[in-house]
Design a protein around this ligand. Structure first.
Ligand code: E4P
Length: 218
């Protein structure tokens, strides 16, 4: 399973990119708004940091023709820009237009397998089911990933599943075991994935033993 970073914060993207673990970036209108910067300038800066990986940038219209216009403007920024579209009938229509133009798409806000199937059949490059927001309403988000993964496998569907709305590292493991192709995660989840108390204790012990051994500094 690949990891994408779910943020519009360029410093977080820079830090995650330096770790060599990031295979893509996803943003959404809320994440863009949180940064308080111009949308296109932000996307351009993200491209300059991680230009060779897919970067999802979302349209903000509800009408198919306007989504297509907005998406075309975003696609001009780089061939790696993926047009993120909401899971609505208009979103599907726009997805199908982008398929015919050869522009990659990510259909977002997926909360059921039927939505994922429709998005895939409309030609979505990626479908984004949201785990955390389902957990928030007392449904088991990961079950949706399992279901979509099984349906896509049985029917040889090529759209890649991006597990989204990932809140903690257990979600990442569950998504990987469920067969998700990608998990898009906030920077703080990448940090928490790297940590284990036995790693910290081990480092402390190694360094204490080294200090006691009176070795030459190197
Ligand atoms: C996915 O592409 C979305 O940006 C994201 O994962 C939403 O997550 P949230 O539910 O934490 O806002």
């Amino acid at each position: 399973m690949k990891l994408f970073i779910d943020t519009a914060n360029v410093e977080e993207i820079r830090k995650a990119h330096a770790l060599g673990v990031v295979a893509g970036v996803t943003t959404n209108p809320s994440l863009i708004a949180k940064e308080g910067r111009d949308f296109f300038e932000t996307v351009k800066e993200i491209i300059s940091i991680v230009g060779d990986v897919p970067i999802s940038a979302e349209v903000v219209s509800l009408k198919a023709d306007e989504m297509v216009e907005q998406g075309k403007k975003l696609a001009k920024l780089s061939p790696n820009v993926v047009i993120k579209l909401p899971m609505t009938l208009d979103g599907l229509q726009a997805t199908s237009v982008f398929r015919s133009l050869g522009i990659p798409t990510n259909v977002t806000l997926i909360f059921s397998s039927t939505q994922a199937l429709l998005a895939a059949r409309a030609g979505a490059t990626y479908v984004s089911p949201f785990i955390g927001r389902l957990d928030d309403i007392n449904q088991i988000g990961i079950n949706l990933i399992k279901e979509i993964s099984q349906i896509f496998q049985v029917h040889g569907i090529k759209s890649e599943i991006i597990s989204a709305s990932v809140r903690h590292s257990a979600h990442v493991i569950e998504a990987a075991l469920a067969g998700s192709h990608i998990a898009t995660v906030p920077y703080k989840v990448i940090e928490s994935m790297s940590k284990h108390p036995l790693t910290d204790a081990g480092i402390e012990k190694f360094l204490a033993d080294w200090e006691g051994a009176n070795q030459e500094k190197f």
